[in-house]
Design a binder for this molecule. Structure first.
Ligand code: NAP
Length: 249
């Protein structure tokens, strides 16, 4: 018996990075995986095939998480395609548009808030009715240590990630009585495409400053998601789990 046998999981932004790692780990643990992408169609279709090789159902959907209407349409389609239930939602899609406040445009602020935070509202609203009917569900929001601590040059991103934490705790309070759990993960420095663009010397400096002396892996985050998605965390809701090698300790 695998940890997620037969569960239907929706993951936003799984065509790359952390989301892709979560999708692979979940399929390997028996979950049927519906996932979204924004523009990376070829990697998304390749992932769909790879997941199906685990003997589970998998499907890629092009859907902009920042759009309320597209989130609604997505969930309607997933319910049709996956037998009418959704057990787990992972709000993972996210972007950065870093700049000092002095130079940050209104557009870059709004875009980051829309894709990182409003998306969480859109998707949670869209699955809420289904989870209420089921009287069961787990929602996992991919925040960041930056949302806990703040970061110079990332006011938009930090605000979006901090907002996700307030949203997470509020949903946990609202929906707990129906056995719907909602938790956030705050990854530290995870080495993905998003971080590959950075200067290697700067990156090594960050690794040296982390108590566990390394950047995190996609698998480290996927493992935390597995805990929150499965019944191993049946009595855990409203929490923020820092997965950061001790960075914030
Ligand atoms: P990534 O490699 O850049 O991947 C981002 C994913 O989100 C891609 O699949 C992308 O799709 C999708 N996406 C972007 N905009 C979207 C939209 N509007 N609608 C739907 N999907 C969209 O990022 P990552 O490093 O894996 O990060 C994943 C999450 O973890 C993000 O929320 C990020 O803030 C958070 N996080 C990352 C780190 C880190 O160190 N990497 C640390 C803390 C938190 P396309 O491929 O089609 O563009």
């Amino acid at each position: 018996m695998k940890l997620l046998d037969g569960k239907v999981v929706v993951i936003t932004g799984a065509s790359r990075g952390i989301g892709m790692g979560i999708a692979k780990t979940f399929a390997g643990n028996g979950a049927n995986v519906a996932f979204t992408y924004s523009s990376s169609e070829a990697p998304a279709l390749a992932l769909e095939k790879e997941l199906m090789a685990h003997g589970v159902q998998a499907k890629a959907y092009k859907s902009n998480a920042a759009s309320f209407a597209e989130a609604e349409q997505l969930v309607t389609q997933v319910l049709e395609d996956f037998g009418g239930r959704i057990d787990v939602l992972i709000n993972n899609a996210g972007i950065t548009k870093d700049n000092l406040l002095m130079r940050m445009s209104e557009e870059d602020f709004d875009t980051v808030i829309d894709i990182n935070l409003k998306s969480v509202f859109n998707m949670t609203k869209a699955v809420q009715r289904t989870m209420l009917k089921q009287r069961q569900g787990s929602i996992i929001n991919m925040s960041s240590v930056v949302g806990v601590k703040g970061n110079a040059g990332q006011t938009n991103y930090a605000a979006s990630k901090a907002g996700m934490i307030g949203f997470t705790k509020s949903v946990a309070l609202e929906l707990g009585s129906r056995s719907i759990r909602c938790n956030a993960i705050a990854p530290g420095f995870i080495e993905t495409e998003m971080t590959e663009k950075l200067d290697e010397k700067v990156v090594q400096g960050w690794r040296d400053g982390i108590p566990l002396k390394r950047g995190g892996t996609v698998q480290d985050i996927a493992n935390a998601c597995l805990f929150f998605a499965s019944d191993l965390s049946a009595y855990v809701t409203g929490q923020v789990l820092n997965v950061d090698g001790g960075m914030l300790t």
